[in-house]
Design a binder for this molecule. Structure first.
Ligand SMILES: Cc1cc2nc3c(=O)[nH]c(=O)nc-3n(C[C@H](O)[C@H](O)[C@H](O)COP(=O)(O)OP(=O)(O)OC[C@H]3O[C@@H](n4cnc5c(N)ncnc54)[C@H](O)[C@@H]3O)c2cc1C
Length: 382
């Protein structure tokens, strides 16, 4: 067993870490305050090759692996989780789905610009009546001649409404078998297609620099060839790339938890320098030790899941463990560090209040904690 990162993986991690320290961290507070999407930062991330790390070079990628991709996501999220989520949705989910199930033509048309970071992608699964129960969707796509006609809506879709957002990959009911079984398929809908519109941007409690909208399809027509993968396997395909997304959410939460620890180390040493009793009583140092341990465990489990994926092995259970553990850990760490600040923890001027609010959201994104426990328990009980 070898826990060492390769030279290439270390290079990616260090490149992302330096970029975060120099470019992202100084802007994060303002981005979150204004909700402004940082196109200039994204362009720099693209030129550093971050969006394409795990894809082959012929598709505009870096020819790297998913371990490197997730080290990059962790480091970027240490500066700002909305940019970590940008990488998650564009690369781990949308790009991954086209790479895994798309035709050569689809890869040329849509994967290359995503991998190069020239465009970003969105992933539409959640509907007003289909959240955790993903199969309860109502959106339909009927084949009329050479076109799919889509009707329905998706809610809470990340990476929408942006100038460089190019496509949304959605699930839709494409036919009902005589047996009464519904067939769910995956379709690629490019931005600007008539009948594809966006609702108001959601005003979330945190995570403001990540754009999230409801999307509507009203007699939205796309060519027949925009079906992605097997017509009968759309839901399974969509859910399979969400497993990779769960590793990414774990990496985002690990980066966020690390940011909390970094803050705590700077702040507590300053705050308590004249109140040595608190440092000597070990209340704070023991808490810091627990936090460092929990972060290392979050990192270890998401890296194991990414490594299994790179080996072409089943990583389902590890992806659920990683998502559940890292998100709940980040929330607890943010709360513990906020406590260390005492009354100052509630002030917007300190990043810990931002970290505390956003940590909660990742328990919901890409499957709630309850759903992770449900799937893990089902696997255990056979
Ligand atoms: C910031 C943000 C960004 C998002 N981005 C996207 C995106 O890009 N694309 C996308 O498709 N979706 C996105 N989502 C949606 C997200 O994936 C869903 O919110 C999530 O899957 C939960 O669905 P729901 O909110 O409808 O909750 P529901 O399914 O309505 O669940 C409500 C509560 O009931 C619990 N529950 C439900 N079923 C069970 C059960 N069987 N057993 C036990 N408990 C249960 C849940 O755990 C939860 O606590 C985003 C959400 C957020 C908050």
């Amino acid at each position: 067993m070898n826990f060492d990162l390769t030279d290439e993986q270390k290079k990616v991690r260090d490149m992302a870490r330096n970029f975060t320290t120099k470019v992202i961290a100084p802007r994060a507070k303002e981005m979150d305050r204004t909700g402004e999407y940082p196109y200039d930062i994204m362009a720099q991330m693209a030129s550093l090759g971050m969006m394409g790390i795990p894809f082959p070079k012929e598709y505009g990628g870096g020819g790297g692996d998913w371990v490197s991709m997730h080290l990059c996501i962790e480091e970027i999220s240490r500066g700002d989780v909305s940019l970590g989520a940008l990488l998650d949705v564009t690369t781990s989910v949308a790009g991954n789905e086209i790479y895994s199930f798309g035709t050569e033509e689809q890869k040329q048309k849509w994967l290359i610009p995503l991998a190069q970071g020239k465009e970003i992608g969105a992933f539409g699964l959640t509907e007003p009546d289909a959240g955790s129960d993903t199969a309860a969707l109502k959106t339909t796509a009927a084949l009329e001649g050479e076109e799919w006609v889509i009707n329905g809506s998706k809610q809470f879709i990340t990476n929408t409404g942006l100038d460089n957002a190019s496509i949304i990959i959605i699930t839709a009911k494409t036919r009902v078998e005589q047996s009464g079984r519904t067939t769910i398929s995956t379709l690629i809908v490019p931005k600007g297609t008539p009948g594809f519109t966006l609702g108001e941007r959601y005003e979330k409690m945190a995570f403001h620099a990540s754009a999230t909208h409801e999307v509507f399809f009203d007699d939205c027509r796309i060519p027949k060839g925009y079906l992605l993968g097997d017509i009968y396997e759309g839901l399974a395909q969509h859910l399979s790339v969400l497993q990779t997304g769960r590793i990414s959410v774990a990496a985002i939460s690990t980066g966020l938890a690390q940011a909390c620890l970094d803050e705590a180390l700077t702040y507590t040493t300053k705050k308590y320098q004249f109140r040595q009793s608190l440092l000597e009583s070990q209340t704070i140092p023991f808490k810091l030790a627990d936090i460092a341990m929990m972060i290392e465990l979050s990192r270890t489990i998401y890296l194991k899941a990414a490594w299994l994926k790179d080996q072409g092995r089943d990583y389902t259970l590890e992806a659920h463990f990683a998502k559940l553990f890292a998100t709940e850990t980040a929330k607890k760490i943010a709360s513990d560090v906020l406590n260390m600040y005492g009354l100052f923890g509630c002030l917007e001027k300190y990043p810990i209040s931002r970290y505390f609010k956003v940590a909660k959201l990742f328990e919901i994104v890409e499957g709630t904690s309850e759903m992770q426990r449900l799937v893990i328990a089902r696997k255990l009980l056979g």
